[in-house]
Design a binder for this molecule. Structure first.
Ligand SMILES: [Zn+2]
Length: 332
């Protein structure tokens, strides 16, 4: 058993309370490589932002749970080395799909876990979330739950259709499950293809897809019923079109990749939404930099030559999100 406290990590309780009260959101960036971790920490330290480093089941299988635990510990020490005296870093399990997986993460240094029972029947979702909450709270670990189904693909999590969260269920669900935060479905979606062209309109000038707006009416209804309760948005990459264009200009093929407009995420950050998950944008920033590098310097074969610009590009994106979209800068 390794407690996250031994690693210098924190749970989400205090940072969410401050974020809800302060009208900003905490960035939750997915990671599974050294360069992503370095870029996340550099960005968080430079902007003085709390940060959630999150790992999906697939990322844990890819990178190894033990290595990730030490990477998170390394992230805390690295932040201190960069001049941040008291970093606020969370190691969070994204989309835990069983009590056993959540327990294993809690036993191995995670400070926060998500149990995603959104595809289960309502009562079953409550039952397992409650089981996770009881174990987690005994170890001072916080728990995110989910109600409503997002469309799109994220590692093993895939759904073709979305079901908006029903506001009339949120009080009963959060009270009976005891969860600390709630991921809701209001039209965000996993992956780099969040909407099909049929769901969008097309900008006549650029030919780019314009996605449908998020269901702010549902968000506001949930806020009214659960005042001050931390709300989480998954699938909230904006899929920056300059990165998509760079990828496509250098041999890539991502036609009609589309995300959530940043103005809408900015608006959501000011509400009870206090955690915004961003994964695809990091993948796109990394891929764009690497594709461009190889196109311009086909003779390079030292990974440092192409991973360094990839890391720089991700860091730039993380800083942009923190300062321009989520507003979590200077909140340490
Ligand atoms: Zn998600």
């Amino acid at each position: 058993m390794t407690s996250y406290k031994e690693l210098g990590l924190v749970n989400t309780r205090e940072m969410f309370a401050k974020a809800v009260a302060g009208g900003y959101a905490i960035p939750a960036f997915n990671f599974n490589t050294l360069e992503q971790m370095q870029a996340i920490i550099q960005a968080a330290v430079e902007t003085k932002s709390p940060v959630i480093m999150q790992v999906s089941k697939g990322a844990r299988n890819y990178a190894n749970g033990t290595i990730l635990r030490y990477m998170a510990q390394g992230a805390v020490e690295y932040a201190k080395e960069l001049g941040c005296e008291k970093p606020q870093i969370v190691l969070h399990l994204d989309h835990g799909d069983s009590f056993e997986l959540c327990k294993d993460c809690i036993d191995n240094g995670f400070s926060s876990v998500m149990f995603d029972g959104s595809s289960l029947p309502y009562e079953e979702n409550i039952r397992i979330t409650k089981q996770v909450v009881e174990y987690a709270h005994a170890h001072d670990v916080t728990v995110e739950a989910e109600l409503g189904v997002l469309a799109g693909v994220e590692d093993e999590v895939a759904s073709e259709v979305s079901h908006y969260t029903k506001p009339e269920e949120v009080v009963d669900f959060s009270t009976r499950s005891g969860c600390d935060s709630l991921a809701i479905s209001i039209g965000t979606s996993h992956g780099a293809y969040k909407f099909t062209p049929a769901q969008c309109t097309r900008d006549p000038k650029t030919g780019k897809l314009v996605p449908p707006p998020l269901a702010f009416d549902i968000l506001h209804e949930i806020e009214k019923r659960l005042p001050g309760f931390p709300i989480v948005l998954h699938g909230s990459s904006s899929v920056p079109q300059d990165e998509v264009d760079t990828i496509n200009a250098h041999g890539g093929k991502l036609p009609d990749a589309v995300g959530i407009p940043e103005e809408q995420l900015r608006e959501a950050s000011k509400s009870a939404v206090c955690k915004i998950n961003i994964d695809s944008d990091s993948r796109l920033a990394m891929t764009a930099a690497i594709r461009k590098h190889f196109d311009e310097k086909p003779g390079d074969f030292d990974p440092r030559q192409y991973l360094k610009p990839a890391r720089e590009n991700m860091k730039k994106m993380y800083i942009h999100k923190i300062v321009e979209v989520l507003g979590s800068n200077d909140k340490l």
